[in-house]
Each structure stands twice: as structure tokens, then as C-alpha cells.
Design a protein around this ligand. Structure first.
Ligand code: GTR
Length: 325
């Protein structure tokens, strides 16, 4: 019985791959680690509705939320290989693949969410989207991810010294690892889906994320101390497999690109509302929020900047981001 249902599930998954039969609807499979209802999931569904309308039903999108297609690092490989058509991921796991993504992932490179939006909506954002093409991917749009901050199961953190020796889970990216180590703490890179039990069993003392992720992944049930250090404003990115993209006509490519851009507006509306809702939920559940002087953390990032701004081009990209109003 189990075997049968597994087979049936596999057959279903294959059936929704991008193999269009004449006049039939082609369903693009899209991956997301977040649960149904999360702003990124809803934004890609909205994009699917736009594509369906604008192609008269020839194309649509099925969002496989809650990491049904795997954890982010694996789904990126599958998207590069053409097994998954679309993927909404944090820029973090791309840092080792597309060097340009390390720059907007640098701690404190953006002064605010508004600054990030302004940069990513302009020519610098287009340049970074383009950089995905050398890696079998087509960058379609950036979504918001607010600001990431540290949280832990042990104590209120109110200064950088409080973090010394603590173990924090980070995204599987060297930028994130180096950031935590430069703060005097110990980084443990780990897939998102493993964090809850790692917090619960004490394998790690904490992790870092924005309000909606902290809330929806239920980490607040075990980590009751959240420090508003806002170390990174890392955009999310929506990419398409180059193999899937190449199957589209130029007209349909333009429809997909425009629908992705149009979904950003929707995403931001959902995001702004969700951030507030999530913060209220975790505070009502007893999470203590601490303020921290950010300057020592900013100063500690000097070696991290030096390491990742390793070429004149990357240095220039960082300078242009910082010079953007
Ligand atoms: C979230 C992001 C996810 C995932 C997660 C993580 O903020 O939206 O795509 O990267 O962080 O920490 O793994």
C-alpha cells in the first residue's frame, strides 16, 4: 500500500513537470521552503494566476511549499539541472554559486529595508539578476525578507560580548558562517528544516531570521530571546531553470518576466502585514525582545567585507550599493 501510494505520488509529480502536450496547460513546478500562506508562497501563486490569464491558460504555476521538493541547497541544484522549473530561495544559499549575491548578503550593507528595495528595484538589481545566467538559471525577481536578527534558547543578548562562544545555526553560506564567527560566536550551517529540533535538543543555542520565519517555523516555541541586531537585509530571489526558460517562446518569456515583476508589489503588501502579525504572535507567546548597540557588530564585519569583496568588480558593486540613496 505504501509502495503504491509512493508510486502514485511520483507519477503525479512527473505529470506536473513542464512537458506540454499540444493545447494542454503546462504547469511550472515552483519550490519554496515556507508553508502555504507565507508571503513568498502567495506571491508566486499570484504570479501563476497572472501567467495563466496572460497566456490564455497555456501556462500556470504549482507552488510546492513547505520544502516538499527538498531543502534550499538541493532544490537549487535541481533547478540548475532543469528538474524544478521555478525556485524562490534566499540569496544566502546562492553565495557560493553566484559571487554577486554575496554582496547584498553582507551584514549591514543596506541601511534599511527601503534602501534595499531602492537598490534591488534599480539597475543594480537587474545586474545581479543577470549574473544568474552564467549558472544555468534565469533571475526573475527579488522579494523582501525584512531584517534578520539573532535569537536563542539561553539568555537575553544585549551586547556583542554576550554572544561569545554561543552556537548559532546559519544558512549554508560561507558569508553567514564568517559573519557569526567574526562576532565571536560559533556558526553551524544547517538546512532550515533541521533547525527546530536542533534548538530543542541543544545541538545549537540559537539561529537568526526575520519575524515571519521565526514565527512560521515555530522556532519561537523553543527560543525565547530575540535580539534586534538586524544584521542582514538579504533579499529573496525567484529564479527559473535555464532549461525551462529555453522552452518558452520570446513572447512567453516576456510574460513570465513581467508577471514575476508584478508579483513583487503583491509580495511587499503581504510582507509588511505579515511582519507585524508575526512579531505580535511571538511576543504574545512570551518571547523577550532585546535592543543592542549595533556599532561593535558593524565594526566586526570589516574582515568579512575584505574576504568577499575580493575583486575590483565586487568592490565596485558594494560601493555602488552603499552610494545609492
Ligand atoms: C528565510 C528565507 C528562507 C530560508 C530561511 C533560512 O528568511 O525566507 O528562504 O533561507 O530564511 O534561514 O534557511
Amino acid at each position: 500500500m505504501l509502495q503504491f501510494s509512493k508510486l502514485a505520488a511520483a507519477a503525479f509529480a512527473c505529470g506536473s513537470l513542464m512537458i506540454g502536450i499540444a493545447n494542454a496547460e503546462t504547469v511550472l513546478r515552483s519550490s519554496d521552503t515556507h508553508p502555504d500562506g507565507y508571503p513568498t508562497v502567495e506571491a508566486v501563486k499570484y504570479m501563476g494566476d497572472l501567467i495563466k490569464q496572460r497566456t490564455d491558460g497555456r501556462y500556470s504555476i504549482e507552488v510546492y511549499h513547505s520544502a516538499q521538493l527538498g531543502e534550499e541547497k538541493d532544490t537549487i541544484e535541481q533547478t540548475q539541472a532543469g528538474v524544478i522549473d521555478l525556485n524562490r530561495v534566499s540569496m544566502g544559499p546562492f553565495n557560493g554559486i553566484v559571487p554577486e549575491t554575496a554582496v547584498p548578503s553582507l551584514p549591514y550593507i543596506f541601511r534599511s529595508v527601503e534602501h534595499m528595495r531602492h537598490v534591488m528595484d534599480g539597475p543594480i538589481g537587474d545586474e545581479i539578476l543577470k549574473a544568474f545566467e552564467a549558472h544555468n538559471l534565469v533571475g526573475l525577481a527579488f522579494y523582501d525578507s525584512g531584517a534578520r536578527s539573532f535569537y536563542n534558547t539561553k539568555k537575553d543578548i544585549t551586547s556583542m560580548a554576550d554572544m561569545k562562544g554561543m552556537k548559532f545555526r546559519v544558512i549554508q553560506s560561507d558569508v553567514f558562517v564568517d559573519m557569526v564567527n567574526a562576532l565571536g560566536a560559533n556558526a553551524t550551517p544547517m538546512a532550515y528544516g533541521e533547525v527546530y529540533s536542533a534548538l530543542q535538543t541543544g545541538v545549537i543555542d540559537g539561529a537568526e531570521n526575520n519575524w515571519p520565519s521565526f514565527e512560521s517555523a515555530k522556532h519561537y516555541e523553543v527560543a525565547k530571546h530575540y535580539t534586534l541586531d538586524q544584521h542582514q537585509i538579504v533579499p529573496e530571489v525567484l529564479v527559473m531553470s535555464k532549461a525551462s526558460w529555453d522552452k518558452l517562446t520570446p513572447e512567453d518569456q516576456a510574460i513570465v518576466r513581467q508577471a514575476a515583476k508584478d508579483s513583487v508589489v503583491k509580495m511587499r503588501e503581504l510582507w509588511d502585514a505579515q511582519e507585524k502579525k508575526s512579531r505580535d504572535i511571538v511576543e504574545a507567546a512570551g518571547v523577550k525582545v532585546s535592543e543592542i548597540d549595533k556599532q561593535p557588530l558593524i565594526d566586526a564585519m570589516k574582515p568579512v567585507y575584505e574576504k568577499y569583496l575580493s575583486t575590483p568588480e565586487l568592490k565596485d558593486l558594494a560601493a555602488r550599493i552603499q552610494a545609492t540613496k
